[in-house]
Design a protein around this ligand. Structure first.
Ligand SMILES: NC(=O)c1ccc[n+]([C@@H]2O[C@H](COP(=O)([O-])OP(=O)(O)OC[C@H]3O[C@@H](n4cnc5c(N)ncnc54)[C@H](OP(=O)(O)O)[C@@H]3O)[C@@H](O)[C@H]2O)c1
Length: 168
């Protein structure tokens, strides 16, 4: 049972532009789906609105400060990240994982609560970006896995899976 951050960022920590992802990596999306399946996913209101639909087979938690926000059917709205983390640690009888899935505002606030970071580093710098992942303080994190993936006909750029766990 842990709080995980999952993100795809570029060599300069870019994560999005005009409320969209920077590129499509089908294998990474497949991995994202497998890892988050049947778990809790937490996202900011802007990330929800960037998705084509609510994420199926996952407990979608949406963060907004707007008390009147009408979120799509099947989602759960919260107004405080602290409350989500507190509830997760104290009421998670079924021992599911909690996945923080973005975007930038939520990553920034969630770093302090994360036990693990699942990063896909896209080996490229994009010309346009307006949202970024926070710089990681490597004194607090230990890298436990590196997996290199090469570009191919479906993946325009090389990409690397990097997994970190928090040092105790
Ligand atoms: N590359 C990746 O892995 C990845 C992953 C996810 C998203 N993205 C990209 O990131 C971009 C979106 O990121 P973003 O930073 O603009 O938006 P975001 O983090 O998705 O959402 C921001 C919104 O979340 C709500 N919020 C933030 N902190 C809150 C808090 N403490 N309590 C309650 N609500 C809170 C606010 O909603 P209200 O304004 O409604 O109050 C705020 O406007 C898009 O381009 C998306 O494609 C990339």
């Amino acid at each position: 049972m842990s709080v995980n951050i999952i993100v795809a960022y570029s060599q300069s920590l870019q994560i999005g532009y005009q409320n969209e992802l920077l590129c499509k990596l089908p294998n990474d999306l497949k991995r994202f789906k497998e890892m988050t399946q049947n778990n809790y996913v937490v996202m900011g209101r802007r990330t929800l609105e960037s998705l084509p639909s609510v994420l199926s087979n996952r407990h979608n938690i949406i963060l907004t400060r707007n008390k009147n926000y009408k979120s799509p059917t099947g989602t759960f709205v919260y107004h405080s990240l602290e409350e989500v983390i507190e509830k997760y640690h104290n009421h998670n009888a079924d021992k599911q994982e909690l996945w923080i899935i973005g975007g930038s505002e939520i990553y920034n606030q969630a770093m302090q609560y994360a036990d693990k970071l699942y990063i896909t580093r896209i080996e490229h710098q994009f010309e346009h970006a307006d949202t970024y992942f926070p710089k990681i303080d490597l004194s607090q994190w230990r890298k436990i896995e590196t997996v290199y993936n090469w570009a191919d006909k479906d993946h325009e750029h090389d990409y690397t899976y990097l997994t970190y766990e928090r040092k105790n």
